[in-house]
Each structure stands twice: as C-alpha cells, then as structure tokens.
Design a protein. Structure first.
Length: 611
C-alpha cells in the first residue's frame, strides 16, 4: 500500500513539474492559432475593402465617361433641331456651354461631314465662301489628302477653331482604322471609341480618347439600311485621359494601369494575349499608368466597356496602404494577451501544487465565515421582520382601541356634545389616524429587503395608472393632475414599485403650493445603461441644503405645515430604489417645484424587449 502511494506521489510530482512547460507550449500554440486566424480574417477584410474601392472607382469612371458623352449628345441635339447647322452655330453653342470650364478633359470637338465623291468639288467651294466666322472665308481650303473613294468623311468644323488648324479639311477616309470606327458608329447608332491615341500639346505627349457619335437626318433610325441612308456625319470629341482620371478615386491606389483589350484576345486564363488576325503573342502596354506596379503589390483587375471598346483596369496597393485599410491592433492585442496569459498560466501552474493546500484551507475558512455571516444576517433579518410584525400588531391594538373609544364617545354624547368636546374628539381621532399611518410606514420601512423582491417585467405606465387611481380622492380634493410621457418596461417588484410611486405622488400632493393646484409630470429616458425616471411637481420646493437629508428616516422639513406626513415616506422610497440597485436623488427644487430622479439599471430582459 505504501509503495503504491509513493508511486502515485511521484507520478503527481512529475505531472506537476511538467505542468508549467505544458501550459507554456499549449498557450503559445493556442495564441499562434488565434492570432493567425485573426490575421487571416483581417486580410480578408482588407481585400474586401480593396474590392469595394475598386468597384467604386469603376463606377466613377463609368460616370465620368457618361458625362463626356453628354457633351456630344447635347451637340447632336443642335443638329437634330436644324437641317443646316452653320460653322457659327457650332462655335456659338460650344461657347455657350463653356466647354473649357464644364468639360476640362475635352481637348477638341469636331464635325465630320459625309461628302459623296461627286459633290466633293461643290463642297470645297461652299467652305471657301463660308464667311460666318472669318470675313475672308477660306479661299485656300481643300480636302486632303486626295483619296479615291465613293464618299469622304471630312473634318468640316472644329472647336476650338483657333487650334488644330492642320486638321481642317482632313479626309478621314484615308485612315483605315478611323473609317472603321466611323462606320461602326454609323451602323450601331451608338457612341463609339477608337483605340487610345497620343495628343501633342506644346511638345508634350498626353494620352487621348476619341469618342464618336453619329448624326442622321431622321429621328431614331432602326434598321441598318435606314441608318446608312440617313447618315449625314459624325460628331467627335477628343478627351485627355489623365484629366478624366484626375476626377476619380485613383489616389486611393498605389498604382493604376489601363489597357485596351479590344484588338487582342487571351487564349486561356493566365496565358498571354494574341492579336486578332495574327499569331504573335502580345502583352498590351498600358496606355495610362500611375505609380509603379510590382509583384509585391496586391492587385485587382476589372473590365469596363467604353464606346464599344474593352478596357482592363489593374488597381494595385502596397502593403502599407493595405494595412491602413484595416487596423491590425487587434492581432497585436491577441498576441500580447496570449503571451501574458501563457506566462501567467505557467507561473500559476508552477505555484499550484505548493499553494493548493493553503488555498483549500483559506477557502474552507472563508466558506465557514460566509456561512456564519449569512446565518447572522438571516437571523437579524428574521428578528427585524418579527419585530416589525410584533410592533405593528402591538401598536395597532391601542390605536384601534382609541379609535373605537372615540366612536363610542361620539355615539354616547351625540345630543350632549358641545363644540369644544367635539373638537377634542376630532383631534383625538386625527392623532390615532396619524399613529396608524406611522405604524404602517414603520412596518414598510423594516420589511424592504432585496432578497424578498418578486422580480417581474413591469409596465411602468400601468403602475403609475394604478397609483393614480389609488390617489384619485386626494387628486380630486386638491384639483391635482398627473401627466406622463412614454414610460418603459422595468424589471422589479410590483408591490415595491407601486409603493415607491405612491409615496412620491402623495408627497407631491401633500406638499403642494398654497397658491396653485398640484401638477405632477412623470417621464423617462435611457441614459447609458440606466433608465432615468423624473417625477416633477409644482409644489413648495425643498431647500438645497436638505436635498440629502430628506431621505433620512423621520425627517420632516415642513413640520409646521398641515401635511400629515410621518417623515418615513422618502426614506422608504430610497430603500426601495436601492434594493433595485438604483439611485434616488433630488435634481432640481425651487419655488416652482421639485424634480426627483430615479435611476434604475436596464436589465437584460428589458434590453431585449426595448430592442
């Protein structure tokens, strides 16, 4: 038996020695797992935020291009409303909308007129004689370059007219890609974009976007044949891409690259691009770029269509910017808490064996003391309750005897009672009644205990209405009124809360101002984690020096008044509120009245109901 006990002790000692190391390893492992899980969740949140910002950027870009389309659409309305839009009309309209200010990205706007080949000479003569803007006309005007084609698409109007003079009269039929874009716009009756182009501006090179919008001599042609027959020309606008993008959220990204994928196709996901109609594998160069992209950046891709062309946006963000999207303080807090908890657990495990017996003894000693304290408290409580019962019973007996004796004397002396005797008997009856009220208040004061509360969810509106009905006689006698706001549902003891509001309302009626009828208002609001209930009256008020003293037993600040109070009412109120873990105090008091505040905690069940 001794050998087995010894072996068990050695086993327990070995386990106790290994416990700190085991606790350290388990704590570090658990901390690493939780921190890694939190970091992964953080990265997912950051990626979701990045995706949201990318989506917002795409929506902004689409809106920006929609705004630029409005410039051409509004200009087309000018042509739709007139069969002969002159060069002067074209110039004045663009001046009137202040294109430079309202469309800062617009580099130039032009009108491409469709001219049949057999009318080319006539067209050139008309332009030479056009003096709507220049009184000299354009005597040297000639369509260039010379192209042998059945029809020509000539740049006839341009804005600003003082710039880009070299394009005046240029025949776009000489440009195969450009004429394909014009024909696509004509046949689809929709906004059409060309591939990005370079703009020369004072020796500098900017990326530009050419948008085209067809114009017809009939409204809304439906068929392809109708569109080709009624087509008269194309409105075009050249826009600076860098100015367009400056109005977007691009600064939220470390780098942005835009590629035109219209003329290439990807053979398979992740593969290179193949130029349409060719066998050469290409990687289209971005025509617009901000920042420097690298493999270390987090990159998202998104595609939009601009005038029938497919643009791919690559939006990248570096690690520092990604980290700023969502703070990683939580991860560090988890690591620090985990490490501190692990160290503390290891130290605690090291001291556990030596401290066990001491802790057990302390617990046993504390349990014994607590048991004794509970027994004493219960005994004192029982003694107090017994005293209250005996005292109320013993005191009520002589009070009832006095009241009965007065009644007997009144009956016996009915015909022989002079006014002075009647006054003595009335005073005696009033004194007996005050004694009875005092005994009842003493019993209420002694029996308010938290442990005896019957907790329930109570509608404060119903409790106030019940108390108001109980005090109906007093209210009528004093012409008093009680008004309430929207009152909450509280968790508490119904009998005690009814007593609380009964005492408060009785005091407001009893200590009313001599010159006005009592007006009592009760309202409530949520303040932090407490319900704050205010009971306000227009009575005689309470001196600020006595705001704390009035809640002490037997304190009667208006003893000289014919109030009939016992001095225990507010003391009972304070006990009731404190048993509900609340607070009772005077917030405001003056000649205009008094406001008493009841603060009661919002308990869990009530929170669910309020939600």
């Amino acid at each position: 038996m001794t050998t087995i006990t010894h072996q068990l002790r050695r086993l327990c000692c070995g386990w106790a020695n290994a416990l700190p190391v085991s606790a350290l390893l388990v704590g570090i492992t658990f901390t690493a797992l939780v921190a890694n899980s939190a970091y992964q969740a953080l990265q997912e949140d950051r990626l979701a935020e990045l995706e949201l910002r990318a989506q917002n950027l795409m929506e902004e870009v689409e809106q920006i291009f929609s705004d630029q389309q409005y410039l051409l659409s509004s200009l087309r309305s000018l042509f739709d409303g007139s069969s002969n839009v002159s060069r002067l009309d074209f110039e004045r309209y663009l001046d009137s909308i202040d294109m430079a200010s309202n469309f800062p990205s617009a580099y130039a706007v032009a009108w491409y007129l469709r001219v049949p080949h057999h009318k080319l000479a006539e067209f050139e003569q008309i332009v030479r004689n056009d003096r709507s803007l220049d009184p000299r006309g354009y005597p040297d005007f000639k369509v260039h370059p010379q192209v042998d084609a059945p029809e020509h698409h000539v740049i006839t109007y341009r804005y600003p007219s003082t710039e880009n003079k070299h394009v005046f009269g240029f025949d776009l039929s000489s440009r195969n890609k450009r004429i394909l874009s014009i024909e696509r716009a004509r046949d689809t009756a929709s906004l059409t974009a060309t591939a990005p182009l370079k703009l020369l501006n004072n020796g500098a090179s900017d990326q530009g976007l050419l948008l085209m919008l067809p114009v017809y001599n009939i409204n809304n042609p439906q068929s392809l044949q109708q569109r080709r027959q009624s087509y008269i020309g194309t409105l075009s606008g050249v826009f600076k891409v860098n100015v367009l993008m400056a109005d977007s959220m691009q600064n939220e990204f470390t780098a942005i690259a835009i590629r035109d994928l219209t003329d290439v196709v990807r053979e398979a996901p992740g593969a290179g691009f193949v130029q349409k109609g060719a066998d050469k594998v290409l990687e289209p160069e971005p025509f617009y770029r901000t920042g420097i992209s690298s493999e270390s950046l987090t990159t998202l891709s998104s595609t939009i269509y601009v005038g029938g062309r497919e643009w791919e946006f690559e939006m990248s963000m570096d690690a520092a910017s990604m980290a700023s999207l969502k703070d990683n303080t939580l991860c560090w807090i988890i690591v620090m808490i985990g490490l501190v908890s692990t160290v503390l657990a290891s130290l605690g495990a090291a001291n556990l064996t030596n401290a066990r017996n001491k802790v057990v003894k302390q617990v046993e000693s504390l349990a014994s003391e607590l048991s004794k304290a509970n027994s004493d408290r219960e005994r004192y409580s029982n003694d107090l309750s017994q005293f209250a019962y005996v005292a109320s019973h013993d005191l009520n007996t002589p009070v009832r005897t006095v009241d009965m004796s007065v009644s007997l004397l009144e009956d016996a002396l009915t015909n022989r009672m002079d006014p002075q005797v009647r006054e003595y008997l009335t005073n005696l009856r009033d004194s007996a009644e005050r004694m009875r009220v005092l005994v009842d208040d003493l019993q209420d004061f002694a029996q308010v205990e938290r442990e005896t509360l019957q907790w329930a969810d109570l509608d404060l509106n119903a409790i106030v209405a019940s108390v108001e009905q109980e005090l109906m006689t007093e209210l009528k006698d004093s012409d008093g009124t009680v008004t309430t706001g929207e009152l909450p549902i509280l968790r508490g003891d119904q009998k005690q809360l009814e007593k609380l509001f009964s005492n408060l309302l009785s005091n407001a009626i009893r200590f009313r101002h001599a010159q006005r009828a009592p007006q009592i208002h009760i309202n409530a609001c949520l303040v932090g984690s407490d319900w704050e209930v205010r009971v306000s009256d227009n009575g005689m008020g309470i001196d600020e020096r006595f705001h704390e003293k009035i809640f002490e037993p037997f304190q009667r600040l208006h003893a000289g008044a014919d109030s009939g109070g016992t001095g225990l009412g507010l003391g009972i109120c304070k006990q009731i509120v404190e048993c509900h873990d609340g607070e009772l105090y005077v917030e405001l008091s003056s000649d205009a009245g008094t406001t008493i505040v009841i603060r009661l905690p919002v308990r869990e069940v009530v929170l669910k109901q309020a939600a």
